[in-house]
Design a protein around this ligand. Structure first.
Ligand SMILES: *[C@@H]1O[C@H](CO)[C@@H](O)[C@H](O)[C@H]1NC(C)=O
Ligand SMILES: *[C@@H]1O[C@H](CO)[C@@H](O)[C@H](O)[C@H]1NC(C)=O
Ligand SMILES: *[C@@H]1O[C@H](CO)[C@@H](O)[C@H](O)[C@H]1NC(C)=O
Ligand SMILES: [Zn+2]
Length: 512
């Protein structure tokens, strides 16, 4: 493998001479890394046992009765990072007000850093050690808090989301310590205990500690899964703009025998509006809505060809026979880089079984748009409101109309030419022997966007979990192979990143 890209060579002859000299140092590095990878293989039972211990803590953040378990889990994590030689700050996150009026403490968050060498790149790892609820009665085949290995899979709550990846990262570092090897990058951690309830306070935590992030070069999140059996790097997520459209005809519901036929019914108006948002081919008919969608470059288009994606399985898992699009490329692009509009429901309408003959007085239609780069929420809000008002005007209805945005979560996309993506690609290639798929996520994961917007640093999602890990569902697992190979991936990533970062700094210094 060429340690420097050709692009650097064009900068000056001096770097090209370095290119010739570099392999000596690189050989030593490769030897170090090989030792590390072997060590991880040899100690895998120990790493699995550590995961079992972490998974035995029912750190379910959604259950107030288990809050002290989440705090205990944060303590365990903090102690672990301390043994790496880290400087650990336990940050108080205040109190959560419960529906019943009680207040309970949020678990603290952890900000930590290992020793700092200004010559090295600084990577900040985000993870969470709280979990989704789980109980045997929900249909688990094994005790969700007693990790059980079956056919090479490690079953239990938190296996893949997110205790496995957090421990894998820590093990990758511990391995360096055990072998008395220098960690080639500076490390920071931000670990929270309330991700599964929507990370309340995380944005404030980041915003309140910008100094902590000031010397960070790269942020890594490993809290999602691959798309298939092939390793992947995630570089984008869609946003979500959720709208309520309210039509009101009067103060109270009426009987259709007494009033049907003589009034402008709110429900009819609303159904007409909802029917004029998206056509039967999936095309959103709101004028201007596609204007800001990033054009598909040839380079991006090419990415889709090689992505491993089982369309038939995806179809099967939906229980739907016919999709709007036929090819893998079309499907993935419409999930990841095209907006979609979904009508979710109508509040205030008669629902349920039976034949109630009501005329509802006030109905609220609910729909959302999964938006993509470079759509902007204020613009989307304007376009949607204007369109609905125009459609409503056609009805000459005396009813009252209100349109409002209730959630505005923005999409995220990273620059895949960022150095850390190259480093991760090299690391995957080294550990797994394949080039990773560059994937996005069709749903909204605010984390990456939050980190990017607040810190302005390069953010990468580097998953190690498999597509069938079942995060959030019964029988969550991570395979032993993904867990251990994932540990190696993280270790290799440190080395690849360190190499590329050094090249970048050298090139910058030469330029100045
Ligand atoms: C967590 O650690 C703090 C500080 O050491 C301690 O006061 C607290 O009791 C611990 N909480 C749990 C649940 O272990
Ligand atoms: C976990 O499961 C194993 C195997 O079934 C059992 O021997 C052990 O007692 C269990 N541990 C706990 C804490 O329930
Ligand atoms: C489709 O899904 C069902 C269960 O939902 C499963 O039993 C079946 O094997 C799947 N078929 C294919 C072709 O994946
Ligand atoms: Zn998670």
């Amino acid at each position: 493998m060429l340690p420097l890209s050709v692009r650097h060579c064009s900068l000056s002859m001096v770097i090209c001479i370095q290119l010739i000299m570099l392999p000596f140092g690189t050989d030593a590095n490769e030897k170090h890394l090989d030792d590390i990878l072997s060590y991880i293989d040899e100690h895998q039972d120990e790493f699995v046992q550590n995961l079992k211990e972490w998974m035995a803590v029912p750190s379910d953040s959604s259950d107030p009765e288990l809050r002290s378990e989440v705090t205990r889990m944060m303590n365990i994590t903090a102690e672990r990072i301390k043994t790496l030689g880290g400087n650990v700050e336990i940050v108080d996150m205040g109190f959560e007000k419960l529906y019943d009026g009680r207040s309970i403490p949020f678990p603290p968050a952890i900000l930590a850093e290992l020793e700092k060498d200004p010559a090295k790149a600084t990577v900040c790892f985000y993870g969470h050690v709280d979990v989704q609820p789980a109980s045997k009665e929900d249909g688990w085949k094994t005790d969700p808090y007693n990790m059980t290995e079956i056919n090479g899979n490690l079953y239990g709550r938190g296996a893949t989301d997110n205790k496995g990846p957090v421990l894998a990262w820590i093990h990758a570092l511990e391995t360096h310590k055990s072998l008395k090897q220098d960690i080639p990058v500076n490390l920071k951690f931000i670990i929270e205990g309330v991700e599964e309830i929507g990370s309340p306070g995380l944005a404030d935590l980041i915003a309140g500690h910008l100094q902590f992030f000031s010397d960070v070069d790269y942020i890594v999140i490993s809290d999602n899964v691959w798309l298939s059996k092939k390793p992947a790097l995630t570089y984008g997520t869609r946003g979500n703009a959720y709208f309520f459209v309210e039509v009101e005809s009067g103060q109270k519901d009426l009987h259709s025998g007494t009033f049907g036929g003589i009034i402008h019914e709110a429900m009819r108006d609303l159904v007409y509006i909802l029917a004029n948002l998206v056509d039967s081919s999936g095309h959103i008919v709101i004028p201007g809505i596609y204007d800001d969608v990033a054009p598909l470059t040839e380079e991006e288009n090419k990415l889709y060809e090689n992505i491993e994606f089982d369309l038939e399985e995806h179809k099967n898992s939906s229980g739907v026979d016919t999709f709007l699009y036929k090819t893998k490329e079309e499907i993935l692009q419409h999930l990841w880089r095209q907006p979609s509009l979904t009508i979710h429901g109508i509040e205030g309408a008669f629902s349920g079984t039976g034949t109630k003959t009501v005329i509802p007085s006030k109905v609220i239609g609910k729909f959302s748009i999964r938006q993509v780069p470079n759509m902007r929420i204020p613009e989307v809000e304007k376009q949607v409101t204007k369109h609905i008002e125009d459609v409503f005007a056609r009805l000459h209805s005396p009813n009252k109309l209100k349109v409002y945005l209730t959630i505005g979560a923005v999409p995220w996309v990273a620059n895949i030419d960022d150095l850390q993506y190259k480093a991760a690609k090299n690391a995957v290639t080294k550990v797994f022997g394949v080039i990773p798929d560059m994937i996005r996520d069709g749903s909204t994961i605010p984390l990456a966007k939050t980190f990017h917007d607040l810190t302005q640093k390069s953010v990468m999602m580097l998953p190690i979990g498999g597509a069938d890990d079942g995060e959030h569902s019964q029988n969550e697992k991570i395979s032993r192979s993904n867990y251990i190979q994932g540990t190696k991936l993280f270790a290799s990533y440190f080395h690849e990143l360190s190499k590329l970062h050094k090249d970048l700094i050298d090139a910058k210094q030469l330029k100045n």
